[in-house]
Design a protein around this ligand. Structure first.
Ligand code: ATP
Ligand code: MG
Length: 716
């Protein structure tokens, strides 16, 4: 039996001619540039099997590299599944980082260089972020905001990955003043002690590259170690990563690069697609194979996604097609309000018979928090792909907890010190300093009364004291409302946003999330405990991906995966595309928008049969606009021309416009939905044609028809 027949028997996949050609093309550089679901990863795996079983290449001579840990283990699992009966040999599936770090560690050991990791779980107290923050302060004489820190970290990572020279550093788009200087100071700081280097993740790559480039012995050793090098998802490789792969594969250049430029979603981290598009310039004898047939998804999904990606003009034009059946229509759900999306999702997950065939995708991790809260309350298990507990460590969360702490004992100056500028009691720093110096154990507010700096402070202090005391016995949701509205916290957030350049919507949405998480909890202790529990639930994923549970993932981490049912959520302007994507685009720079389009495309193409795009028009009592990309998808489905992107003007304006009449109207409805228990309607007799009903998920509707079997309700 020949290899391909055997593979068909084992995996039920019969490779097509192009795939077979790619499998057989073992010697020399090969670029497999192909659409999602066209079998790139499958072909790569088969190729490794072919090398081992047909060409008798020992497993130790083959190096398979992927971008993320998850894809390395996915690929290894698929390989095991295919080949475990045929070979006991193990192939090395590595992420580029872990492989690079191995070389660096070995080199450091041989040359007696000590090093200290400053990033990741095993990073020491001397952490990358803290070091950069300190350097920022040294240069700018002011503390950076977290948003500025994020931008700076991206800038540094981008510059490293793109191997930008010192003279070019200033040309990278970055709004942080002196970014280039901070970058260089950070680099110098890490190398301060040449015998004990500080190393972050990006340095692992740079050091690896420099070692391979400069040390002939190490270079030859690794070049001889591997006869075949294969890389999946190469569209996300950065310049330095490409350089490493290029050196390792030389001089034979038995290199198989698998990629899809339309799925490049890490440009912001320095990914470099131009390398792929110039493959034949780099390798004169390089062969490029393209594959356009999608085996994963229904025709409905393939055709729609294929049209959608064509919005991007700057791409290697290809047309994805499929011979799969048409399948169901893509579902676009505009849920009116955010909480309805949440209810709907929970309902769908609860109803699913095979939840492990279901994935919920979002752009930002923040989208997962309230969903997890709900799932956990209802005892619905889930698997979370990439855990990020940043939310629980946010200073807003800490502020709210501090207000609550103070309500137990308002003589705690140490707590008041942390929040006094964030309440409307006109407390000055000098007053706090005085309190700190005194030994008085009485209420801080009473102490302050003895030394007010202006007559109006007296009443403000009295009010603040009373309010803080009162929240102690309140339900947490009510307490947060008092903190926000009566103690002036919301106002202070707006000030902070204005003065320090934070994104105001982001701040307000963080506090709203917190308020929602407090829903239904009896007291402040329960609230604090709930936050702790949620953080722990997220961190200690109690289920793994092999169990029959739903997966939650960011769009970025869903790369390469496939599921029967995909739910893309929070598809609104301001999230995808983000405000920055939109702003740049309006200013004539489409790079970020193109990447958002690709990210959306990656999401859509994960689905085998069922794709749902979820959006809403109201969040936290503010109107929002469904993503412009949804408009595109709708038009494609209706056979209309896509045309210009219809971006929400509102999101582009700095000021968030609050439409007052809508707000009152909708908040009233929110209450109604919450207050009506699910089984409020006890008997069918209460319903008749025209009765207006409220549904947990679909919101308001009216009864159209009733018969003995069914009640037909039309929802908006
Ligand atoms: P992505 O770009 O999303 O990573 P991919 O190109 O790597 O996608 P695979 O994951 O390898 O695609 O394959 C997608 C699906 O198509 C898998 O379920 C795989 O088993 C199936 N498949 C691949 N090739 C064939 C084929 N020739 N016949 C039938 N099914 C195939
Ligand atoms: Mg793949």
């Amino acid at each position: 039996m020949n290899f391909f027949d055997k593979m068909h028997e084992l995996t039920n996949v019969r490779l097509n001619e192009v795939q077979k050609q790619a499998v057989r093309y073992a010697d020399g550089p090969l670029l497999l540039l192909a659409s999602p679901g066209s079998g790139k990863t499958t072909t790569l795996n088969m190729k490794i099997g072919y090398l081992m079983l047909v060409k008798k290449v020992p497993a130790s001579k083959i190096l398979a590299i992927t971008f993320s840990k998850a894809s390395a283990s996915d690929m290894e699992a698929r390989f095991e599944q295919f080949f475990h009966t045929l070979t006991m040999e193990r192939v090395q599936f590595s992420t580029i980082h872990s492989f690079a770090f191995k070389i660096v560690r070995e080199y450091f050991r041989m040359n007696s260089i000590n090093y200290q990791l400053i990033e990741g779980e095993k990073g020491s107290y001397l952490h990358k972020r803290n070091i950069i923050r300190t350097i920022f302060i040294e240069h700018r004489k002011i503390a950076p905001t977290e948003d500025e820190m994020d931008e700076l970290l991206s800038y540094i990572s981008f510059a490293k990955n793109k191997m930008v020279s010192d003279t070019e550093l200033g040309k990278i788009d970055c709004s942080i003043g002196e970014a280039a200087k901070i970058y260089k100071a950070y680099d110098t700081f890490k190398k301060q002690n040449p015998q004990n280097l500080l190393v972050d993740f990006d340095d692992m790559l740079t050091y690896c590259y420099e070692i391979l480039r400069d040390d002939t012995v190490v270079r030859h050793k690794y070049q001889q170690l591997y006869d075949y090098v294969l890389t999946d998802e190469s569209q996300d490789n950065s310049v330095v990563q490409h350089e490493i792969v290029q050196i390792l594969a030389a001089p034979q250049n038995n290199l198989c690069v698998v990629a899809d430029d339309d799925q490049s979603i890490f440009m912001w981290r320095g990914a470099d697609v131009s390398r792929l598009l110039n493959f034949q310039t780099i390798y004169a004898n390089g062969k490029i194979v393209t594959m356009a047939q999608n085996y994963r998804s229904t025709k409905e999904i393939v055709d729609t996604a294929n049209q959608f990606i064509k919005r991007n003009k700057n791409r290697y034009d290809k047309t994805m097609f499929t011979e799969n059946p048409q399948g169901k229509k893509i579902e676009i759900r505009n849920m009116r309000r955010f909480d309805l999306q949440l209810n709907y999702l929970v309902d769908e997950i609860q109803k699913a018979t095979t939840p492990k065939e279901m994935i919920v995708l979002y752009r930002n991790n923040a989208s997962a928090i309230r969903l997890i809260d709900q799932l956990e309350k209802k005892d619905i298990p889930f698997y979370m792909k990439d855990v990020d507990v940043k939310f629980f460590r946010h200073w807003i969360v800490e502020d709210v907890l501090n207000f609550m702490r103070l309500s137990y004992n308002d003589s705690r100056v140490d707590i008041l010190e942390k929040i006094y500028p964030k309440m409307n009691a006109y407390i000055k720093k000098a007053q706090i300093t005085q309190l700190l110096a005194s030994n008085d154990q009485s209420s801080c507010f009473d102490q302050l009364q003895k030394n007010i700096h202006a007559p109006y402070q007296e009443q403000a202090l009295r009010k603040a004291k009373k309010l803080i005391k009162s929240i102690n016995s309140m339900a947490p949701q009510e307490a947060i409302d008092v903190i926000r509205k009566q103690l002036g916290y919301d106002k202070s957030l707006k000030n902070v946003a204005e003065r320090l350049g934070f994104n105001e919507e982001h701040l307000l949405s963080t506090i709203s999330q917190l308020e929602h998480l407090s829903e239904g909890l009896p007291n402040l202790e329960a609230f604090a405990q709930r936050l702790k529990d949620l953080e722990e639930i997220m961190q200690t994923s109690r289920f793994n991906k092999n169990e029959n549970v739903v997966t939650l993932s960011t769009l970025h981490s869903s790369k390469g995966l496939e599921f029967d049912c995909v739910y893309m959520i929070d598809l609104i302007d301001g999230i995808i595309p983000s405000k920055e994507d939109m702003k740049d685009f309006k200013e004539g720079n489409s790079e970020k928008m193109d990447e958002a389009v690709r990210l959306f495309y990656v999401g859509m193409t994960r689905a085998r049969h069922h794709l749902e795009l979820l959006t809403y028009t109201m969040k936290d009592e503010e109107s929002v606009s469904p993503s412009a990309f949804i408009d595109d998808v709708k038009k494609i489905m209706l056979g209309e021309a896509v045309g210009e992107l219809q971006l929400s003007d509102k999101v582009l304006k700095d000021e968030v416009v609050r439409s007052k009449s809508v707000v009152t109207n909708k908040s009233y409805q929110t209450k109604k939905v919450r207050d009506i228990p699910k089984d409020a309607i006890k008997s069918r007799d209460e319903l008749q044609r025209g009765t207006v009903v409220l549904h947990q998920v679909y919101d308001q509707g009216y009864v159209k028809q009733i018969n003995d079997e069914e009640i037909e309700i039309i929802f908006d």
